[in-house]
Design a binder for this molecule. Structure first.
Ligand code: FMN
Length: 492
């Protein structure tokens, strides 16, 4: 059997060649071709559409409770079009429109690196969603509509691609989150492979919180036979590729697995005049493919929820209000947040969801200004919910430097840095572990955004100098790779 996924030099090589350093960002000569900027929406001009309800009535469950998965889940919770509209809106809906230069930009519920929005959502519905015929649909955030791609119940086919994972087979509906790489590669080139998982993670943070607020069970699945899901959604695995599957709800009769699945050949509107390929990205994606159910079963685990959250969480806004208000902070005042706020943000954003991979991410941070916490570099233990001081001091200068010399890192109250032990993730899951870890970091980062905004504070995702970040947190972080940074603080 060809076990490309276990030849982990591929992930090491991809990571190495896509590192940012002080020198690389000054010498690479890349510029943005604005005339060739990709369109951020996938449009099927000839597919039948179904409008989702626009009266959303988003959840008022305290956001900290929703993100930390502390809500009773009822296996019988039904899904109807109203509920579906809320879930899809929270994951990928349009929340704001702003004119930049001569053009309008539509911002979405979840943060996306560079506001490029490479992630598309497909939905496979079962027989018991009131108002929706079983089928495969594409979610169009631009007009809040579903477009029909295939008739029939495809949940069984998806479950089979996940080695007959029962939560997927019995879900009321299943979402597939899929990346159109070019959207992000236009700006970030081969490095965008990482960003696509971060963006999937921020969407998942919103989606899982919204599902939790509705009392729905979820299962986040990263291990599946790639070619099967590609075929289902009509992706080629190079230009577009499915990254994650989310089972929503439970207790439904499993779908059939013996569906006749002809190739999907639906016209879509081109994204830009020309699309470029990035061979390092394609090689990394290929090297992390799973080819059959034996390979899927050898990696996939049943990871039950490890809820985050503290018993005495501070007061915060409701989930719906938080998602609608969220936006990346563009400038921080150099002011402190309180220790209680930092604790609430870390504790509530660090749980592990019900999913098919183990916790891979470690949390480090630089405290610039937090009342009651000494300034310095810290490791945050997810298990004990404790901060461990690595070195004391004022590191505002270094924090700003590490995130590509952006003042946001220097001016925030705390700069959170998600990292993972490279050997451990590759030993545990092969190259697929690289995908899972990037996504997990995006999930934590997305929750940190929501937690900060629910407390009236601000946040922004940040990218970074790879090796300098590891060095800064070493010796504790030796052997780890940085995954994503999120700055938290007081908006200026
Ligand atoms: C993974 C990730 C990385 C990001 N990196 C940066 C960054 O390096 N610098 C920055 O100013 N904003 C960064 N952002 C913020 C995005 O630019 C922002 O999410 C996007 O413009 C959409 O705007 P919104 O978050 O206000 O909705 C990042 C966001 C994400 C999710």
């Amino acid at each position: 059997m060809d076990c490309a996924n276990r030849r982990t030099e591929a992930a090491r090589l991809y990571h190495e060649v896509t590192k940012h350093s002080y020198t690389s960002v000054r010498t690479d000569g890349h510029y943005l071709d604005w005339n060739n900027r990709p369109f951020p929406f996938k449009i099927y001009p000839h597919a039948a559409s179904l409008a989702l309800p626009r009266e959303l009535n988003l959840s008022s469950l305290p956001a900290l409770k929703a993100i930390s998965e502390q809500n009773a889940v009822d296996p019988q919770t039904p899904i109807d079009l109203d509920r579906l509209a809320r879930l899809l809106f929270c994951a990928g809906g349009l929340t704001r429109k702003r004119k930049v230069g001569m053009e309008y930009y539509h911002f979405r519920a979840a943060a996306s690196a560079g506001a490029l929005y490479p992630i598309e959502i497909y939905l496979a519905s079962g027989p018991d969603i009131a108002g929706l015929e079983p089928g495969l649909y594409h979610f169009s955030p631009a007009d809040l509509k579903l477009r029909g791609l295939r008739r029939g119940d495809w949940r069984g086919v998806i479950a089979e691609a996940c080695a007959m994972r029962s939560s997927v087979a019995q879900a009321r509906c299943v979402l597939v989150l899929s990346a159109i790489f070019w959207r992000s590669a236009w700006k970030y080139r081969a490095r965008c492979y990482r960003y696509c998982f971060w963006d999937t993670g921020t969407m998942m943070a919103n989606l899982l919180a919204a599902a939790n607020a509705e009392g729905l069970r979820t299962d986040a699945v990263v291990n599946f036979i790639d070619s099967e899901i590609e075929r289902l959604i009509g992706a080629d695995g190079e230009r577009e590729a499915p990254l994650c599957i989310v089972a929503l709800g439970s207790g439904s009769h499993p779908g059939r697995t013996d569906m006749d699945m002809p190739p999907l050949q639906l016209e879509t509107v081109p994204l830009s005049m020309e699309e470029k390929n990035y061979p390092d990205l394609i090689a990394m994606h290929r090297a992390s493919r799973l080819i059959d159910s034996t390979e899927v079963s050898s990696i996939a685990v049943d990871h039950s929820v490890e809820p985050g959250g503290s018993e005495h969480a501070p007061e915060c806004s409701g989930l719906g209000e938080t998602i609608v208000r969220r936006g990346s902070t563009r400038k921080f005042a150099e002011e402190p947040i309180s220790a209680r706020e930092l604790e609430a943000i870390l504790d509530n954003s660090s749980g592990h969801p019900y999913c098919d991979f183990p916790p891979l991410v470690d949390t480090y941070l630089i405290v610039n200004a937090v009342e009651g916490v000494e300034s310095g570099a810290y490791f945050y233990s997810r298990r004990d919910r404790r901060l461990q001081l690595l070195k004391a001091g004022n590191f505002r200068g270094q924090a700003g430097y590490l995130c590509l010399e952006q003042p946001l890192g220097a001016d925030c109250s705390a700069l959170v840095c998600y990292m993972a032990d490279f050997n451990r993730l590759l030993d545990t899951m092969g190259n697929r572990g690289y995908r899972a870890a990037q996504l997990e970091a995006g999930l934590h980062g997305g929750r940190a955004y929501l937690a900060a905004y629910s407390l009236g504070r601000g946040a922004t995702g940040l990218t970074f100098y790879d090796d300098d970040t590891v060095e800064f947190f070493s010796p504790h972080a030796a052997g780890k790779i940085p995954l994503l940074m999120v700055a938290i603080g007081v908006p200026a």
